[in-house]
Design a protein around this ligand. Structure first.
Ligand code: SF4
Length: 467
C-alpha cells in the first residue's frame, strides 16, 4: 500500500521507531522562535548547562509584543518590553539568529521564514506557536509545540511524537471569482467543526487548491489548527518551486536541481489510504464571514445570523446563544446588516503581499465609510511592507483613510497596543474570533481581505460585489 505525503515526510525524519505504543523520535529540521514562548526554554537550557544542539537550525523574530507604530521609540508597555529584551539577551547568549524589530527581515514568525526561503518542501518545522501549520503550504510537516518541547528541540534537535492520523480534504472544481483562499478554509471549518481535524494531519488537495498561489496556500494551511488539526499540508508543485527559486536560503545550482528532484517525490501515492476523506465543492463557494466566537461559526456572507431555537443539538444551540449574546447580534438578522467599527487587514493568515494587493485593488480610488473608526493595514513582515511600498500600495491605503503600519501580529491578539475596546466590533483577516481575542470585550468577524476592504467602504459587512 502507498503512503501519504505526511507519512513520507515522517518516515524521512525518523530517528528511532517507538513501537508498543511508545512515541517515535523525529529529527526536526527547523525551529522558529519568538518572544512569547521561548523564555522558559532558554532558561531550562541555561539551568541544565546545555547549549543548542544545532544552533543554525534555530531562528527567531519579534512579532507578538511589538508595536506597529513609533517602533524606534521605547516600547510603552513594560511587560512587552521585557519579553522583547529577554529574547534579545537569550539569542545573544546562545548564538541564535534573531531578526528584531526594525530589521528588514523581522515579521510574524510564519511570514518571515517563507520569504527567506527557510521553509522548504519535505522539512519538519516546529515553533512554540499553533499557527506553525502555515508552513505546510510548502509540503513541510509543520506544527506548533509546547514550551518544554521547545527546550527539547533546542537541546537535541529531535522530538518524541506519536504518529498522527491522516485526512484528505479535496477541494474539487474551480473557485468562483468572488471566492478566496480564506473563504475555502472558513467553509471547511464551518463544515467539519473546530474539533473536526483533531488528531489529524490534513492534506489539502484538488483543483481549487492547486490553482492557489503560495500566499493563498499559506492562508489555508494557517487555519488548519482552527479545525483542531495538528498540521495542514499541500504537496509541492511548480508553484512552490517557482516561489522558492532565488530566495536567500533556497538551494542553488546543482543543489537546486537535486532538491527539486526530491521535492517532486513528495506527494501522496495513488493507492495510499487516508484515515478520513472530506470533499468540498469549490464551485459552490463564495465569500464567508464568521458571526460567532469560534472560527467554525461561519456562514456565506449572504446568510442570516442563525436562530439558536432552530438548532437541534443542545450543545451547539447553547454555544450559538452565548456567541450571539457576546457578539451583540440578533438571531435571523442578515449578516450584511452588521455594522462594524474597525477593519483589520493583517496577521499570519492574511498579511502577505497577495492579501495587500487584493485589498488595495478594492480600495483604490475609494474612501473608507465615515462610520468606520479606523482601518489598520499591517503587513505580516517587513519584507512585505517594503514590497507593498515599492508597488505604491501604501499610498492607496493612506488615500483610502487607512493606517499603514509596521510589521507584527498587531490586532490579531490583544498583546500589544493595537487592541479593540469593549464592545468594539471588527472585521478582521486574522484567524481567531474568540471572546476577548482582540482585547477585552472585543467582537471579531473573520473574513478575507476582499470582504474586509468592501466592508471598510460600506460600513456594514459587504463583499466586493456589493460595491
Ligand atoms: S498573527 Fe496572530 S495567529 Fe499569527 S502568530 Fe501572530 S498572534 Fe499568532
Amino acid at each position: 500500500m502507498g503512503t501519504t505525503l505526511a507519512e513520507k515526510v515522517w518516515a524521512d525524519h525518523l530517528v528511532r521507531k517507538g513501537g508498543d505504543g511508545a512515541p517515535d523520535l523525529l529529527y526536526i529540521d527547523l525551529m522558529l522562535m519568538h518572544e512569547v514562548t521561548s523564555p522558559q526554554a532558554f532558561e531550562g537550557l541555561r539551568l541544565a548547562g546545555r547549549k543548542p544542539r544545532h544552533v543554525d537550525q534555530l531562528i527567531a523574530t519579534e512579532d507578538h509584543n511589538t508595536p506597529t507604530v513609533d517602533i524606534d521609540r521605547p516600547n510603552p508597555d513594560k511587560t512587552s518590553a521585557l519579553q522583547l529584551s529577554t529574547l534579545e539577551k537569550n539569542c545573544k547568549e546562545f548564538g541564535v539568529r534573531l531578526h528584531p524589530l526594525g530589521d528588514a527581515d523581522q515579521g510574524i514568525v510564519h511570514a518571515f521564514a517563507p520569504i527567506l526561503g527557510l521553509t522548504q518542501p519535505g522539512m519538519t518545522i516546529v515553533c512554540g506557536d499553533s499557527h506553525t501549520s502555515t508552513h505546510g503550504a510548502f509540503g513541510a510537516l509543520a506544527f506548533g509545540i509546547g514550551t518544554s518541547e521547545v527546550e527539547h528541540v533546542m537541546a537535541t534537535q529531535t522530538l518524541s511524537l506519536k504518529p498522527f492520523k491522516t485526512m484528505a480534504i479535496n477541494v474539487n472544481g474551480k473557485l468562483p471569482a468572488d471566492a478566496t483562499a480564506k473563504d475555502i478554509i472558513l467553509a471547511i471549518i464551518a463544515k467539519i467543526g473546530t474539533g473536526g481535524g483533531q488528531g489529524y494531519v490534513i492534506e489539502y488537495r484538488g483543483e481549487a487548491i492547486r490553482n492557489l498561489t503560495m500566499d493563498e496556500r499559506m492562508t489555508v494551511c494557517n487555519m488548519s489548527i482552527e479545525a483542531g488539526a495538528r498540521a495542514g499540508m499541500i504537496a509541492p508543485d511548480e508553484t512552490t518551486f517557482e516561489y522558492l527559486k532565488g530566495r536567500p536560503h533556497a538551494p542553488e545550482g546543482e543543489m537546486w536541481d537535486k532538491a527539486v528532484a526530491y521535492w517532486k517525490t513528495l506527494k501522496t501515492d495513488d493507492d495510499a489510504v487516508f484515515d478520513k476523506v472530506v470533499d468540498i465543492d469549490a464551485t459552490k463557494l463564495g465569500p464567508y464571514v464568521t458571526w460567532g466566537t469560534n472560527p467554525g461559526q461561519g456562514l456565506p456572507i449572504t446568510a442570516d445570523v442563525p436562530d439558536p431555537a432552530k438548532i437541534a443539538d443542545a450543545t451547539e444551540r447553547s454555544a450559538a446563544e452565548r456567541a450571539i449574546k457576546y457578539m451583540g447580534l440578533k438571531p435571523g438578522m442578515p449578516i450584511k446588516d452588521i455594522a462594524v467599527d474597525t477593519v483589520f487587514i493583517g496577521s499570519c493568515t492574511n498579511g502577505r503581499i497577495d492579501d495587500l494587493r487584493q485589498a488595495a485593488a478594492i480600495m483604490k480610488g475609494r474612501h473608507k465609510a465615515d462610520s468606520i473608526h479606523r482601518v489598520l493595514v499591517v503587513p505580516a513582515s517587513s519584507r512585505v511592507r517594503l514590497e507593498a511600498e515599492k508597488e505604491g500600495l501604501d499610498k492607496v491605503f493612506k488615500d483610502f483613510g487607512a493606517e499603514w503600519r509596521n510589521a507584527g501580529c498587531s490586532m490579531c491578539l490583544g498583546m500589544n497596543p493595537d487592541k479593540l475596546v469593549p464592545n468594539e466590533r471588527s472585521i478582521s483577516t486574522s484567524n481567531r474570533n474568540f471572546e476577548g481575542r482582540q482585547g477585552k470585550g472585543s467582537r471579531t468577524h473573520l473574513a478575507s481581505p476582499a470582504v474586509a476592504a468592501a466592508t471598510a467602504i460600506r460600513g456594514t459587512i459587504s463583499s466586493p460585489a456589493d460595491l
